[in-house]
Design a protein around this ligand. Sequence first.
Ligand SMILES: [Zn+2]
Length: 667
Amino acid sequence: MNRRELLRATTLSSLGRLVDVRREISSTATPQYRPEYARKEVPPFQIVPYRGESYEDTVPDTLDLQERAELAIHGMTSITDPRCDYEIFWLADFFRNPPVMLHDFSDWCQNVEGIMEVLPLLRTATGSELNSEVDAIWMRTLLESIGSDGLCYIPLNGRPWGRIKTAGIDPVWKPDASVTWSGDPRISQVANACTSQRAIATMTVYYLRDHNSMWKATIEKMIDRLSQLTIEREDYCYFPAGSCEENAKINQRADMPVGSLWGCSWNSRTIQGLSQYFKVTGYEPARELAGKLARYTRYHGQIFDSQGRWLLDPEAKGRKLYPDIGGIYEVEGLQFGGHGHGHGIALVSLMEYAEACGDKDLQKYCKAAFEWALNPGAEYGVSRTVGWFPEWYLPGYQASESCIDGDMLALAVKLSRVGAGDYWDDIDRWIRNHFAEAQLLRPEPVYQLAQDQPHRSVNENETADRVPERSVGVWAGWASGNEWATWIGIQHCCTGNAPRALYYVWSEMVERRNDILRIHLLLNRASSWADVYSDLPFQGRVDVKMKQECKNLLLRAPEWVESNNPQVACRLNGTIRQPIWNGRYVAIENLRAGDRATLTFPVPVRTVQERIGAQTYTLVIKGNTVVSIEPPGNRMPLYASRTSFLENKEAPRRKVRRFVAETEVRW
Ligand SMILES: [Zn+2]
């Protein structure tokens, strides 16, 4: 068994072992906490089975997004607490011994950062039923959280950690338009636009799957209530900072939150769910509210300038120090930058609205803002080569956050699918490199890291129960260019946003329109139209097994192969065909079910110097895949098990279970 095979075996066996761990937890634990939700009775609903065709296949042992999605399902359902309705532990700290996960108010990431939304999408992609008891309980608690006024409320009582670190959601507006704060014992529930925005998206996914009118009624009441809570200005509106008690009133003179942290939190991210619901149902109040918030975001929120450049948050300006990871960052005189994910999710949201409404001008603006984030200046450390984007766009900042890495992937997919840009080469590089490395595949490196850390006892809101195993499948919170964890370990906001990006890429990489089948990424993928087998990066070979008749198959040539390159060879059922080039794609015409198309091409190896974050590295890259990085990381090094890509000329084969959903959700 070579090193790579050993790694694979370890990954799979740990996954197998983890399934047992979860069963053990669920069968022995009795609920210990009783959160006081906004309502007791909820309407009935069912989780419709994830139907599709499942079959065994032998595939090249190369990157497989379906497998990564299964691992993500493992992570997001295992970081949960069965004593409290499977609420997630929002943070995992690997820099202490033993490593722990902890609860506090930010557990709301489960809802507000899209973990609940993406779980059914990943199950659609994989057919996986792993830990499926979690889904129904999450949806029951979501419905229990809907208040009498229609908003989605977070219960503060019945969870001992419910009021830990709630300062960010203050003030709390009351029915008489006065304010209090979340520590006030008379306040038992809080809601705001942020708690409701992904709830709308989550219920829309369920509505798409079962067409239960209950979801529609619940969503529309939520949107109508949100529309009552805005502060209206000319052609835009905003939500003020803070949260609401049930039936609260907002003072119409309340300040407008601005900037990439607070402006986006209270306002911009709400646009995405509204736009998704409008796209699915045509519900006009959703479009109207999304439109006003989109104009706030583009023109008034001090988040972007007129050219789409990312503005540094007003409260950070003029300060000498900006405290965060690594301690000190010079921001005096800095005009552009700010929070990566704040800006990123604002742009994803604007793009969702621009797509839903066919607003070409806004699509162009989103493209400009995306391009700024790709090329903000060398001092910000963005790596377009590997797909590394800083948690904070500040000169010299050391850590990426998987949320912004995911947002950038999401934007690349969404801009490409509406034709506002062509970012498939970027997507290919990012998904193969930093994004793939930032997903935790094995528990052992976490144990190795934690064993050298200071011993600390485990607090009441924490658990040390098999934390490394339960974290397998989720993404890094603060990775550098060569190190999985620079501090703490995981912030589970990333467990919503990175898998959402994974789903977008998986979903859009194969596209069928009329009788044209486009394959945008040369990665393994099963679909109802054709199955793709990729030997990259071992060798330049991709096979497509047709399952349906197709007039025109378009395979995207890899980035390093220019159009009309004579070294590209094309075969149909083993017989050579002259490649027909259609831009960056090679076209093969008139295919029948059962046909096998093969594309071969060279895969060069190159060495590059690349600044990633605060440091410059030497990368060896085969095709688009980084095979080594110098200097290497030492605690939990990235790109540590990729040398076989260089050594082996042929991709090893392995047996997998492939799954093709009966209906895919285009999201
Ligand atoms: Zn995050």
